[in-house]
Design a binder for this molecule. Structure first.
Ligand code: BLA
Length: 314
């Protein structure tokens, strides 16, 4: 049946390169992002045919310099998906990281699915969103097309997983009215809640994908491409995961994984540089200001109201 072939193929993908040793987290607690990855692949395969990405040959399993922490990478593509990739990290010290994203092909103006979870035994830092490809504050048509029907979902999880406080102001432009930005003391209860949110957000994204039809207007395709390139350029330069990755695998390999795996396309989808897109970061000598934020941190509380209207830093 269809189901067995799904199970078979996902198992096959999982065993490509990772040691099948028992998960360290499984032995001590039920907090692991492994099952998020399993769910996401199986669920996505119910909607589309996932083929391994060319990146899969190069990026599979990696052991960090501590000899203990494992980084598991997987990547796929499909007719509407340019790149679905997952980085799952399980640290010897109880650290768990998930960076899971789905980037649509340029013919589609679909949002970018984004799940970024950083967990230590003490604290969890979470971003879960369908990141908008286009401006959701000024372009009502785009907001209506993809988010209007999802506002109740965002309100539900926004209450269960409350706003995490001030963030890098620049990041807000990449977030949608249904973004879940939260921090909480790590607990199994919150972990289960986050799993439900992840399931619901992914299912919502997959429904949007099902309905999406290919753009034929070249100017629209170009606009989608530019927007995705700007997004990749931002994240490849300023992603908060940079430091942790550098500590785990060293600067050179961290840079490579960020530019060629996590945010693959940053080199190929456009020619503009970080400071072309974000000139406020340009130093006098032309180099990029290393600060994460030029504006500073803001948005103490949720800048979207329960109707999905942007209320800003009120
Ligand atoms: C913190 N991660 C954060 C914060 C945000 C994000 C908003 C709060 C700090 C800040 O305001 O910058 C996530 N920011 C995002 C996302 C986008 C964005 C998803 O602009 C998308 C547009 N985080 C990871 C990975 C690791 C990680 C892979 O995604 C580790 C390997 C770690 N994130 C991490 C850590 C912190 C953090 C350690 C807290 C420390 C810090 O703020 O630097």
């Amino acid at each position: 049946t269809n189901t067995t072939s799904i199970n078979f193929s996902s198992r096959k993908f999982f065993s490509i390169s990772c040691k099948m040793r028992p998960s360290m987290a499984e032995a001590t607690s039920s907090i692991t992002y492994q099952k998020f990855v399993h769910f996401a692949l199986e669920e996505t395969m119910k909607h589309t045919h996932l083929a391994p990405s060319i990146l899969q040959e190069k990026y599979g399993c990696l052991t960090a310099m501590d000899g203990e922490t494992e980084l598991q990478m997987q990547s796929f593509e499909s007719p509407k998906i340019r790149l679905l990739r997952s980085l799952f990290i399980e640290g010897s010290d109880g650290m768990q990281v998930l960076d899971f994203a789905i980037f649509p092909r340029a013919e589609f103006d679909l949002p970018i699915f984004c799940a970024n979870f950083f967990t230590t035994p003490v604290i969890s830092i979470v971003v879960l969103d369908l990141n908008p490809l286009h401006d959701v504050i000024n372009r009502q048509d785009y907001k209506k097309k993809y988010y209007e029907h999802l506002i109740p979902l965002g309100v539900k999880y926004g209450e269960l997983l409350p706003w995490g406080g001030k963030i890098t102001a620049e990041s807000m432009k990449f977030f949608s009215p249904i973004v879940i930005w939260t921090k909480f003391p790590t607990s199994e209860q919150k972990h289960r809640l986050l799993y439900s949110a992840f399931e619901d957000y992914l299912k919502s994204w997959l429904e949007l994908m099902d309905q999406a039809s290919s753009e034929t207007d070249l100017s629209r395709i170009t606009a989608n491409l530019e927007a995705q390139h700007k997004y990749l350029t931002w994240r490849a330069e300023k992603d908060p995961g940079h430091q942790v990755l550098t500590r785990l695998i060293g600067e050179a390999r961290a840079k490579e994984i960020i530019r060629s795996f996590l945010f693959d396309g940053v080199e190929e989808l456009g020619n503009r540089t970080f400071t072309d897109y974000f000139p406020e970061y340009k130093r006098d000598d032309g180099t990029i200001n290393q600060k994460r934020s030029m504006i500073g941190k803001s948005f103490e509380s949720r800048p979207w109201d329960t109707r999905g209207e942007f209320i800003g830093d009120s």
